[in-house]
Design a protein around this ligand. Structure first.
Ligand code: NAP
Length: 314
């Protein structure tokens, strides 16, 4: 992509369910719509093994398949995907500039839907062994652990879904959780407790991850007794939540103390013509359906905003 003097109608930053939904609504309203894809086409959903909580989609659809459908859908209505990442932005004023590695784009409106990323444990060994036993994606890496003993860290829906997925490959899956109760929903809890390959290590945190070339063991501490011990494992799958990808917008867009962008009920940020949707602006719900809903609202809000601008006297 070269520098571009055209002023588009809308640039969508991010290609997860929120951004693609915003792009679909904008493109179907005949707006000239560009989507900067970001580091992962489809966002987090693209690495989800199976979709089963998105209304109407209840069998045999993977995140990868849903991503392909999202791409085909927005392209059918004329949105253009730009396979690049945002490196800089200027969002105030009537014309917004979005810079990428390969050039810059301008538009009258911007939808920020850059999503969220996995939170790290922050213990010694974690970064060193990432890709050599430490993983944040069972769907991506699970097959490498055929016949291995693996650990899953976390007690939420993600940890339980990924633990269930890992039972397809691993010999044993032990879930390490810092409390003695799961945060995951009741249905997932039922499934993990019924799975004979999954065991639980309660009230425990990982203090460090150790190994030679690859992970061989982790050092843990029981938070009730303070007792420490070592567990042999070759895989450590970490699912302890996400943080919003909002660094680029610091000092530009209003955000809460955790970095989630602040929006009103029309997906508006503090800057005119700049909207946000999906997990970057959602500390609570974080579902495909809620992101798609927010994206739809953002797309419609952009259309209304641009329509109102056009009806102003010149
Ligand atoms: P989450 O619900 O925030 O759960 C994170 C888990 O990690 C919690 O159990 C938390 O412990 C634990 N944790 C956090 N920080 C930790 C640390 N430093 N050390 C050890 N443990 C730590 O995150 P999530 O599971 O990624 O889910 C995020 C959202 O996506 C949720 O709203 C969830 O419902 C949704 N989601 C839904 C589905 C589905 O419906 N199928 C699938 C995936 C995700 P505590 O419990 O003690 O806080």
């Amino acid at each position: 992509m070269s520098s571009d003097i055209l002023i588009h109608d809308v640039i969508v930053i991010g290609s997860g369910p929120a951004g693609m939904s915003a792009a679909l609504y904008a493109a179907r309203a005949n707006l000239d719509t560009k989507v900067i894809v970001g580091p992962q086409l489809g966002g987090q959903v693209s690495i989800t093994y199976e979709i089963d909580n998105y209304l109407g989609i209840y069998e045999d659809l993977s995140g990868e398949d849903l991503t392909k459908r999202m791409v085909a859908h927005v392209e059918k209505f004329g949105a253009e995907l730009i396979y690049d990442e945002v490196t800089g932005i200027e969002l105030d004023g009537p014309v917004k500039t979005v810079r990428t590695y390969s050039g810059e784009l301008r538009a009258r409106a911007v939808v920020v839907s850059a999503g969220a990323s996995a939170t790290l444990l922050g213990v010694p060994g974690e970064v060193e062994f990432t890709g050599r036993g430490v993983s944040y994606c069972a769907t991506c890496d699970g097959a490498f652990f055929k016949g291995h003993d693996v650990l899953v860290v976390g007690g939420g829906d993600s940890a339980m879904e990924e633990a269930l997925f890992l039972t397809r490959f691993a010999n044993t899956v032990r879930v390490i959780h810092r409390r003695d109760q799961l945060r995951a929903g009741p249905q997932l809890q039922e499934r993990v407790f019924a799975n004979p390959k999954i065991a639980f290590i309660w009230n425990t945190v990982i203090e460090s991850i150790d190994g030679d070339r690859d992970v061989t063991r982790v050092h843990v501490r029981n938070v009730e007794t303070n007792e420490t011990s070592t567990l042999d494992a070759t895989g450590v799958f970490v699912f302890i939540g996400h943080y919003p990808n909002s660094n680029l917008f610091k000092g530009i867009l209003d955000m809460d103390e955790h970095g989630y962008l602040q929006i009103d009920d029309r997906m508006r940020t503090n800057l005119a013509g700049v909207y946000a949707c999906g997990e970057i602006a959602d500390p609570t719900w974080k579902q495909i359906s809620t992101s798609v809903g927010q994206g739809a609202m953002a797309g419609m809000a952009v259309e209304t905003w641009l329509g109102a601008l056009e009806s102003l006297p010149a």
